[in-house]
Design a protein around this ligand. Structure first.
Ligand SMILES: C[S@@+](CC[C@H](N)C(=O)[O-])C[C@H]1O[C@@H](n2cnc3c(N)ncnc32)[C@H](O)[C@@H]1O
Length: 586
């Protein structure tokens, strides 16, 4: 790797501070590979008086993103002859055209994936076509030569246990499309290697917009040399930025971090992400940083079949149906933090998403035994009634309309999507009106329903939490038993993911069983960083979910005219108005 550093140093296109070098990283993890280092004794006094010291200045055209690749490819001076220029450009354009027409291509078209596609094309044509020298050097000596191991390498194995994690689901789709596009031209191992190398080295680099002052856009960019900087949030001493005058990428050292240093070698650390979401980091970078007091996160995605088969709650239908209809993302955010001198995992109950997860666990109102939620297994008739009211001319076909809704709802309830994308007219909430004190029922969305949680008395809130914990304990036990059966056959690369999840499960089960704090809010600590919530699963195509509990409730009423909406809502007309645009035929 040192020769790569020397190559760029000798090329004189990149500015290097003379204190900078490339060496094996000091991080105690075989994944850490090489890292950038500085020798503080080489800083001049006047440099140390500044807040930052510029370690690297990389001109925009030495970096690789969609924009710079196009500029390099359109520059005839990058090719030995006009003919070579034409030949390479024709070949690349034809490949891109073919790729764009590939089924499902648009679904996974991100800037990073497009960057991967360009490099896959370069790798597959470089024997027969000229590729601009800088691109080719980086492809051959950096991307194809470095050791890198991310979840992509063993995606097929990981997907058996993590296929319902949106990141893994998306990665699987992406890799299968790349395989479909390039497997006649490249080895599958090379496709995966190139993909891992690019996603683990890509940085989100800001760029000053030419059109508008003070506006910056961010682009997935590969930045030679800077991409040797390792991540460490607790020892971060440098960061990258752009020079707004010319969009050069800069690596800047925080002078404070080295001013007092007495050693002649300090590793340069940047932050790849302020939120250490361990699952995402494992997928993208193939490592997890050691816990050093900086909060770490894991978003656990519930196995959809477990939700489908969970029958312990007071609901009259399964949890999967509840979360689907109410658009509740079936994931729970976990956070690792130090508590009473010990670092362990907690449920991050400080987010609005967590409140939504609690909804099916609200206990019945104290003065009634009626459960809070009722699922209407004949809700296709509610749909049919509203449809006929919105379109009176369709009244005479009410039975047929009802049957169409029954089929539509059945498909939506059983398909692999997490959300139904249909008015929530299946679950009605039983609640006490705040003003009149009278008992009411209505179909609500999850946001409206969380107001019930917010108005709960302490006792009720405790009961809700404890119902959730008993569900969660069952889930953790189930998950541990399914993971344990699959670990033996998996290769080493993905072991870290499994080991990490076992640690989380054991921490939480121990805390629950010892009746110690499991909710992060009990620690009274404010989190300054939060990971973004992964999106719900949306496009599992024709995947249909099958429950272990076969006995599906058979609708007991098929006649829209004898259906009584008032059994489920006291606000039929309001709800009808709210969803009018869905029901109106034109
Ligand atoms: C942008 S590259 C950094 C250069 C890399 N170390 C190399 O030798 O090419 C990102 C990769 O560096 C490694 N890495 C970075 N920070 C790390 C850390 N704190 N612990 C372990 N590995 C790390 C991971 O393998 C990650 O995929």
């Amino acid at each position: 790797m040192e020769e790569i550093f020397r190559f760029y140093l000798d090329s004189k296109t990149i500015f290097f501070h003379n204190s900078l070098s490339l060496k094996l990283s000091t991080v105690d993890d075989p994944k850490s590979g090489y890292g950038l280092f500085i020798d503080p004794s080489k800083f001049k006094n006047e440099e140390l008086n500044n807040e930052t010291i510029q370690l690297l200045r990389i001109p925009k055209l030495c970096t690789f993103n969609i924009d710079t690749l196009l500029t390099l490819l359109e520059d005839k001076n990058e090719f030995s002859t006009e003919q070579q220029f034409q030949r390479s450009n024709d070949k690349i354009k034809n490949s891109l055209r073919e790729i764009m027409s590939y089924p499902n291509f648009s679904k996974f078209l991100t800037e990073t994936n497009l960057l991967v596609i360009y490099f896959l094309i370069f790798q597959s044509i470089h024997d027969t076509c000229e590729i601009p020298r800088n691109i080719m050097y980086y492809l051959k000596n950096v991307l194809m030569s470095i050791d890198v191991e991310t979840a992509v390498d063993s995606i097929e194995d990981i997907a058996t246990d993590y296929g319902h994690y949106p990141q893994i689901f998306g990665l699987q789709e992406t890799i299968s499309i790349f395989k479909g596009l390039f497997q006649d031209l490249l080895k599958v191992s090379d496709i995966k290697h190139l993909y891992s190398a690019i996603i683990s080295r890509c940085l989100e680099i800001p760029e000053k917009s030419e059109a508008k002052d003070d506006e910056f856009t961010v682009h997935s960019t590969l930045v030679p040399v800077l991409d040797f900087a390792n991540h460490e949030n607790t020892q971060k001493n440098a960061y990258f930025d752009v020079d707004p005058s010319n969009n050069d990428v800069l690596l800047l050292l925080n002078t404070d971090a080295v001013r007092e240093s007495t050693t002649d070698s300090v590793e340069v650390f940047i932050s790849y992400t302020p939120t250490e979401d361990l699952f995402s980091m494992l997928i993208t970078y193939g490592f997890t940083p050691d816990f050093k007091g900086y909060p770490q996160f894991w978003t656990m995605s519930f196995d959809r079949c477990f939700l489908r088969d969970y029958t312990e709650s007071s609901l009259n239908a399964d949890l999967r149906l509840f979360y689907k209809w109410l658009h509740v993302n079936p994931t729970v955010s976990l956070v690792k933090h130090k508590h009473n001198g010990q670092a362990r995992w907690f449920i991050n109950d400080t987010t609005p998403e967590f409140d939504m997860l609690l909804l099916p666990f609200i206990p019945p109102l104290d003065d009634t035994r009626t459960p809070r939620w009722t699922y209407d297994s004949n809700c296709h008739l509610m749909f049919a009634n509203m449809h006929c009211l919105a379109n009176p001319e369709t009244n005479e076909y009410a039975t047929m309309i009802a049957e169409n809704y029954r089929l539509l709802l059945e498909e939506r309830e059983l398909n692999g999507n997490d959300f139904m994308d249909i008015p929530q007219l299946a679950w009605s909430l039983h609640y006490k009106d705040a003003e009149s004190g009278s008992l009411c029922r209505r179909h609500t969305d999850s946001e409206e329903a969380t107001t019930v949680l917010q108005n709960q008395e302490e006792e009720e809130a405790d009961a809700t939490n404890s119902q959730f914990i008993s569900f969660f304990r069952r889930f953790l036990t189930y998950r541990k038993s399914t993971l344990a059966t699959s670990t033996s056959s998996i290769p080493n690369a993905s072991n870290v993911i499994y080991e990490q999840e076992f640690e989380i499960i054991d921490d939480l089960l121990t805390a629950i069983d010892n009746q110690s704090t499991v909710f992060f809010s009990d620690l009274n600590i404010v989190l300054n960083v939060e990971p973004s919530v992964p999106p719900p699963l949306r496009f599992l195509g024709d995947h249909m979910e099958i429950s272990e509990n076969e006995e599906k409730s058979v609708p007991n009423c098929e006649d829209p005219a004898s259906y009584i909406p008032d059994n489920f809502t006291d606000f039929f007309q309001d709800e009808m108005n709210k969803h009018a645009s869905f029901f109106q035929d034109n």
